[in-house]
Write a protein that binds this ligand. Structure first.
Ligand SMILES: [Mn+2]
Length: 219
């Protein structure tokens, strides 16, 4: 008998983001229960010597030593329809899946680690080690996401585009917008809604509106 993979859903909400995770985490919990994920929600950064966003890399690396599948969802995102496990969207040959958006018609979809699914594999760990070593991006405006893009084969300047896809790119599933519905590129049937690039109070009110809606739609 093949046993189900050990899965964990994780996120970090440190400092001013703790309030976000308090609201979004309440939408993660039913998804986790329904699909058999353990929940690992942290209230503090793990890498104190780097900008907070980098702690995401450290957390998923450490959890992949224990779990076969790690799902990261940003603290400023909420699960609005948890009926489908995002793992079902991971192509069988893929080692990870990332949210992705095209900013302009015809442009390459740009991966976004706001929703990030990883499968345990030495190649996944090697990729994460390379992301971690990409210290040239420590203070980049996109932090670890910039390192991820470069290591997948994207050029960042003058605009983001896929120029030399790496082997890891071909082992990466780019998720549809339903898994990361954002205000500038919303999905008609979102499963996860995300509020990037807006002030904290707007993220919080967006999440709270969703949480209220979910509460009222409960049977
Ligand atoms: Mn975010």
């Amino acid at each position: 008998m093949v046993s189900a993979p050990r899965k964990v859903l994780c996120s970090i909400g440190a400092g001013p983001h703790a309030e976000l995770l308090e609201v979004s985490g309440a939408t993660f919990a039913p998804f986790a229960t329904h699909h058999g994920y353990d929940l690992c929600l942290r209230g503090e950064v793990l890498a104190r010597d780097r900008p907070a966003s980098w702690s995401k890399v450290q957390l998923v690396r450490s959890l992949l030593r224990v779990y076969e599948v790690v799902l990261w969802i940003d603290a400023d995102a909420a699960v609005v329809d948890g009926s489908v496990d995002v793992l079902d969207a991971l192509e069988p040959s893929s080692l990870m899946a990332l949210a992705a958006h095209s900013t302009n018609e015809g442009d390459d979809p740009i991966p976004n680690a706001g929703v990030w699914l990883l499968r345990r594999h030495w190649k996944t760990q090697r990729f994460l080690a390379r992301v971690w070593r990409s210290t040239g991006y420590l203070h980049h405006k996109w932090w670890e996401n910039a390192a991820i893009l470069e290591l997948l084969g994207y050029e960042l300047d003058p605009r983001v585009r896929l120029v030399r896809p790496t082997p890891m790119y071909f082992r990466t599933t780019l998720l549809g917008t339903e898994w990361n519905s954002i205000p500038v590129d919303p999905s008609p049937a979102p499963r996860i809604c995300h509020f990037p690039a807006v002030p904290l109070d707007q993220r919080l009110s967006g999440l709270r509106a969703i949480a209220d809606q979910l509460r009222h739609s409960e049977p």
